[in-house]
Design a protein around this ligand. Sequence first.
Ligand SMILES: *Cc1c(COP(=O)(O)O)cnc(C)c1O
Length: 397
Amino acid sequence: MTISVPLSPAADQPVPFIDLTAQHQAIAGEVMPVVERVFTEQKFILGDEVTELENEIASYCDARFAIGCNSGTDALILALQALGVGEGDEVITTPFSFFATASAIIRAGATPVFVDIQADTFNLDPEQVEDAITPRTKAILPVHLYGQCADMEPLWRIATQHGLAIVEDACQAIGAEYRGRRAGVLGSVGCFSFFPTKNLGGAGDGGMMTTDDPEIAKRLKRLRVHGDVGGYEHIDVGMNSRLDALQAAVLRVKLRHLDEWTTARQQNARHYAELFRQHGCMGDVILPKAPTDGRHVYNQYCIRFRHGLRDSVMQSLRDQKIGCMIYYPKPLHLQTCFQSLGYRLGDFPVCETMTNEILALPIYPELPAIHQERVVSAIRQACAAQTSKSQSVRRAA
Ligand SMILES: *Cc1c(COP(=O)(O)O)cnc(C)c1O
């Protein structure tokens, strides 16, 4: 008789930052047949699969309309265009986001105007938005960074007062909630991305726009097909930003799992918080604040390091093959291609501090608890090693 001994995972096993194969293995039996179906039908662009996905996303976000497009980036550009934002207009946004947040404003013909963020949520600071308004301001573009909604209530008040539109960059936040309302219906248009590493990721690029306004919905639908109203009659210069049937078919399968994946991400976030407390790391790290009046969907789990520890801890994790990433290492206002906007270092101190302190840890739904334990224990060791090193330097001085 053989006795089976549970395999203890090797202590030096790599910890990937994200593992999409784990998710695919679990649902391959559901995904592959719909891929087959699309190939059998040979209808690859828009069509019934896309319409069905649009209906399902609209209902998931409590929106009246959802319109598929080619990417989250295109969603932002099309949303701004549909709202009439263009040449000579200014759009207020955050400097702490993925590049597309700002580039979409420029692609729409307008100028991004940055304001600083709040240190506890990493999102646009509403108190600074009002000061940035000029006669040319047309819209506010808050980002629900890492899967947590921006503080919308003050933005609604400011937008109403000044007659501004709100475009939500909800690319990281499908299913997130703010005071009981879903991301995607917190402004005039909500923009989503189905990039494979987002919470609802396709088998390639894809995007979606949500709105409650039938006129805007009509415009969005037109703009994604070159402004065509049918019969090669073009009333706007739109673009080619159609969603593929293949993406829609895969996304429809995955949407059915989204809530269980979100729950797993939230559980992983809670487990990190317990582990950091148990390991006594709280003097060196600042954990993300879970909202009391919202639903955080943790596209990323980002912690901050005090005492300038971030870079040495990151190096130590990488040496041990533990995945971690900096989102984002360079603020948007300091990007070379935005130099002509005239911003300089020091303009947005909170954002600039975050780029030096932030580190994203693995949080994907299938992340094993044992990997989380390894991440936190490696962080604790790296912090302790660094702290004793700097103490001995201080003693020697
Ligand atoms: C991913 C992302 C985008 C762009 O989405 P794509 O589908 O890659 O074009 C825009 N904004 C934010 C905040 C994102 O995370």
